[in-house]
Design a protein around this ligand. Sequence first.
Ligand code: NA7
Length: 534
Amino acid sequence: TAGSDATLLDALVVGAGISGIYQLYRLRELGLDVQLLEAGTGVGGVWFWNRYPGARFDAESYTYGYFFSKELIEEWDWSEEYAGQPEIERYLNYAVDRFDLRGLINLEQRVSSAVWDATDRRWTVTTDSGRVWRARYVVTALGILSAPAFPKIPGLEDFRGEWAHTGLWPAEGVDFKNKRVAVIGTGSSGVQIIPIIAGEAESLVVLQRRPNWCTPINNFDITPERMLDIRNRIDEIFEATQLSPSGSPHRPMMESSLDLDPDERRKRFEKLYDSPGLVMALGNFRDVAVNQEANDNCTAYIAERIRARVNDPAVADRLIPTDHGFGQKRPPLENGYYEVFNEPHVSLISTMEEEMVRFTETGIQTSEGHYEFDLIVFATGFDAVVGSYNRIDIRGENGLSLREHWEAGPRTLFGMQTAGFPNLFMIGGAQSVTGTIPRITDFQADWVASTIEYADEHGYATISTTESAEDEWIDHVNSTIVGTLQQTAESWAFGSNVPGRKRAYLLYAGGLPQYRERVRAATAAGYQGLQFSS
Ligand code: NA7
């Protein structure tokens, strides 16, 4: 119910992650009466919730941060090429204060429902606390990895030890010392936290389902000289992010790896492996992503490097993926990950060979035996992309529910609009995200702002899309994945990690330049796919 004490606004942004903060800034610059709702007790989104030790950027700090403000670039010194979570959280808080946004952000307001009122042409947004906002526009910036997922086995309520999920890490931290610890999951989060736990815990058991192709992060400090150089080259760096498919400064090499003689090819793979960050994934030969033989060569090289780092060949075998080749899933970056398995107090269980059956009062029962733990760490990932939308009861025209509209998979235009939900914009959501997410969402936030500006200037009250425009976008999104080797892997990009979820491609594989081009062309042609009404 929209009580009379509802806060009346032009626009409401949901989510104070890096994208939502910028959207709030843009809409306020337009002169709109805008506020933001955030579930957490602080701002930062992913970089607020994932405060587990070891959490850090896989993208170069200065390519992930904001580019819109010269002042911010001048004022902020990054300390590391790949900054850790505490620094990122400080950065986002600094930006919020720097641009005077804190007063517009309502913390601890988890949105429970958003209902379109066709008469008033406003959204009624209600939070868990019972507070109500009524806004002409709602922009969701919920993040693609924000609804934590847990293994679907029983008994967690019986477990008398401690447990924590990497994506809901307690603010007060977790002590690993003198504890028998289990980590479930070996995605980016597991791979980041495992070496830290191994360094502190009495014992560590890693429960791995499918291994990933992890490569070294090779992080380093940013000296004052380097920071100065980055500032001097910032326009060039931004330009590079705009030209690459992944929004990163790295671009695939167009020469064919198959044309090189085997020695030369090896040398090139060696150089990629020893480069910092995601260069091996994003700056590799293009054919590694599309040609099976090229991919096999690269994959075999990385397997060799893993074998050289793990003493026990049987353990190495377990750590080497057999279900997918390098780059077909987002590869985690690691820092001493493989060496951890050489330590006597660390062991590795494959849950494919030894199934987890249930949690017990004292630990985990598997098909082969019982293991006692003082602490269980869930690094089990997220109900990706659509999970954060499914948690909210979103109702559009004629009471249509978004969950129903998306039952067979997300339906969007540009990932930003969905038919039957006028004046609802989504940034960093389904069918649009790729690579370094802020590089796509700053483009999207600008587009949302200019589209609202256009509607206001022309006296339009509603902006909506149609099912046929959605169908066209879905066809395009699906066409971007065809012909890549990515489409063969089971990953959260297809919702494969959530039991029962229909398989649908949730991201965008066409690359940032093509995405921008499509949106710009449709906009220039009179907002193709959108309908405005007064
Ligand atoms: P991810 O990448 O989704 O990883 C989750 C991990 O948890 C992955 O290894 C899963 O294995 C594993 N998992 C999930 N459910 C289970 C069960 N039931 N049993 C055993 N293992 C399980 O999430 P992260 O938080 O690590 O990383 C998220 C993103 O952050 C990442 O993509 C980067 O963009 C940065 P699976 O592979 O599904 O077999």
